[in-house]
Every structure is written in structure tokens, then in C-alpha cells.
Ligand binder design. Sequence first.
Ligand code: F6P
Length: 463
Amino acid sequence: MTRLVVISNRVSIPESGKPQAGGLAVAITGALNEYGGLWFGWGGKVSQSSTSRPTTVQHDNITYATLPLSKEDYDDYYLGFSNEVVWPVFHFNLGAMDFRLNYAKAYQRVNERFASSLSTLLEGGELIWVHDYHLLPLGKALRGQGVSDPIGFFLHIPFPSYDLLRALPGYRELLDDLLHYNLLGFQTDNDLHAFRQAVIETFDAVVFGDTIECNGKQVRTGVYPVGIDVDELAGEAERSCANEQARQLKQDLGERDLIIGADRLDYSKGLVQRFNAFEALLTHFKHRRQRTMFMQIASPSRSAIPEYDELRRQLEEMAGHINGTYADLDWVPVHYLNKTYPREALIGLFRSARVGLVTPLRDGMNLVCKEFVAAQDPDDPGVLVLSELAGAAHELSGALLVNPYDVHAIASAIEQALNMPLDERRERYQQMIGMLRRNSLFEWRRRFMEHLSQQQADAQSSA
Ligand code: F6P
């Protein structure tokens, strides 16, 4: 079988023989184990100087090869260009973009270094799968190293509309970089459509079927919505009912309804609007006072970037304000936890909640909402309130869909969720769980790999 090579900014190396938890790590590890392969990227360490010599470790069928980033590359490539330029623009937030020339240079430099380092590990005749926005130029850089095997790229985050993309200095080069891949995968039709539009407007590209022809190159494109492992999650959720933490929570909640949110602390997640929505619920639906508890878990992320630090401060203030205004001797309305919790703990919390609040201002897919649904008790499921601007909204029509900027609409949706009869909750749950089973994590990876293998077969038959 053809060897698979996966490249992502972060590499998730198993700890003491166990694969790291988390949907994507599980999917990638599964594919690599099936095909046998190599996972290449940043090992998460920041070193004094940069090097192109990877450190390798072997677990089962998989070789993990990692490079450290120098402090300058961490600041300028990872925090800088990837997360202060590409991330905000691709999440439709031009106000948060901080473009600097040294960021753009570092982005190119690190991608070139990844390519030259990786090319020493390639054997030829492999399938190469590049992941996400940190590595848009990697395919072209690999071609520069003489790599001729098919290279696929999957974008986990949204693709911005052409007019927004044009605000990103050097966007033409980034678009051209993407045209060096053989297969380009997006989360939703919207993202694929936006990419097509951008290459048509910029390069007069021609689209026929799934293929884009442009500047003498042909690229196949497709939509591959990332999913979850429903059975694994549902099993974990069922087991969580028996643990001490879940029993304690049940006791603490008493008759109260739990509303839960769990996100990385990121401005794209709509947390400020969500806190305002909960306050609007307490203001406009007064009978919810004393009877509901809103738990927001916000795991720290990219905290060296000013916008992230400012958001942390703002949320602390908002939680304090709501509790200061509404709390009573026997009731604290907001439980704000600025910590990272193990996945098993989150799944247990999802199972105990009546409402899952997932209201990003923009999100490529969002797996938290899918995990929330899979964690529910099929006989007595909670209700998902979901942003219509998350990729997952295209699949989860059983959720209560809201505009994440409309605080009053979110408050009303929470109220509707808390009043929803059991029959309707079950019906909505069935729609969503059926969809999650059809568009599972395994289906995502199977379809992408199948299409990438076809590119290899086509190349071989035309050689
Ligand atoms: O959503 C994009 C993403 O890269 C996810 O795949 C990942 O879980 C998250 O961001 C983590 O970000 P970082 O690597 O910056 O901590």
C-alpha cells in the first residue's frame, strides 16, 4: 500500500504509547496507521536557533518527525503571519489583522524550511496530505524541492470572500501557492465557492466540474466536512454518567438547567455576544433567574497575541458583572472557567447540559457542537443552539440556528430550547445524530484519501 505523509503545523505525538485525544489527532493517526506513514511538523518546542534536521520517533506504524521553531519563527510565522494575518482575515475579521513584512518573510521561510527538511525523509511514490492555514505555500515549496508525488491540501478554517481576501497583502501569491496542489479540500460549499471566485477574479481561472484550470495548472477541488467518531463519543458520554464528577455536578445543579459552552478562548467564537445573550435571558425572561446556570469553559489559546489577552480580560469582567448583578446567596449564574479540561470531562458536562451554546462569529466547521450532540442521552437529549455562521450549520438542521451577532435572538433560542417538549428534542436529535453518522470522521478521511489516490493513478496512467 502507498505510504501516507501528513504535514500539519502541530504534530500530536502519542504520550506513553496512547494517541492524543482530540478528533483530528485521532483521524490522522488512524489514517497513518492504516497506510503506514510519516507525520511531519512543529514539535511544539521553541529553541534558540532554527534547524532543518528533524527529530524522529516511531510508534507502531507511524514515524513522527518534528522540527522546533526558533523564538523569531514562533513570533513571526506562528503568532505573526499565521495567527495575526491569515487567521483573522479568513475568519472575516479584518480589524484584527496586523500585517508586517517580517511576518510574511517568516511564513515563507518556515514553509521553505519545512519543505527542505521533509524532502530528505520522502521515499517517492507516496501520498502527501498537507493540513491548514499555516502551510498554504508548502505544496509549491515541495515542488521546488523536486517532489512530484500528488499533494493534497485541506483547509480546516473558512475561506474568505474575495473582497475580504483582497485586503491581505500578498493574497495573489497565496492563491497561486494553493494552485500547486493536486487536490484542494474545503469544509463547506461556501468555502469552495469563495476560493473559486477568488481564482476566477484574480487569474481568470476556468472551472469545469471539480477541476480548476489556471496558469497552466489543473487542480481538483472538493468539499469534505470534518466529522467525529460518534460511537466513541457516545460511549464516553454514557460512561461519564457513572463518574464522581458527574454525580457531584448533578447534585450541585439540583433542579437547575445547565447551559454549556466550551471553546478555545478566541475572538472568532463569539463569546462576548454569548455572555451578553445570557444576560439578556436573565433580563427578559426573569423566570430563568435561579433556575439556570451558564457554564463557559474557555481554554487559553495564543495568549501572547494582544486580542486574545484583551478578550480574556473582557470576559472576566463580564462574568463578574453578571454575577455581581444577579447572583444570590444560593445561586451563582455564570461559571466561567479559563482552563483546559480533558476531553472526557467535557463530554460528561455536555451530557449533563440541557442546552449547548455554540455561537461562533465564523467557524470552518466546529467540532464542539458535533461532540455536544453525540454526547446526549438519546431518550432525553439536550438542545443545540448553533451559529448559522459555523460550517456545521450546513449539516445540523436539527439545531436552533441563530445569528451569533443577534444577542436577543440567542436569548430567545435558549428560552425556546429550555421549553422544548421531549418529542421535538428527540426528533431534532435524530436528524443530527443521523447526519453525524453519515458524515463521520472516517468518511471525511476516506473520501479525501480516495480522491488523492485517484490523482496518483491519473498521474501514473498519463506518464
Ligand atoms: O481551528 C484551527 C486549529 O488549528 C485547530 O485545528 C486546532 O485545534 C486549533 O486551531 C489550535 O490552535 P493552535 O495550534 O494555535 O493552538
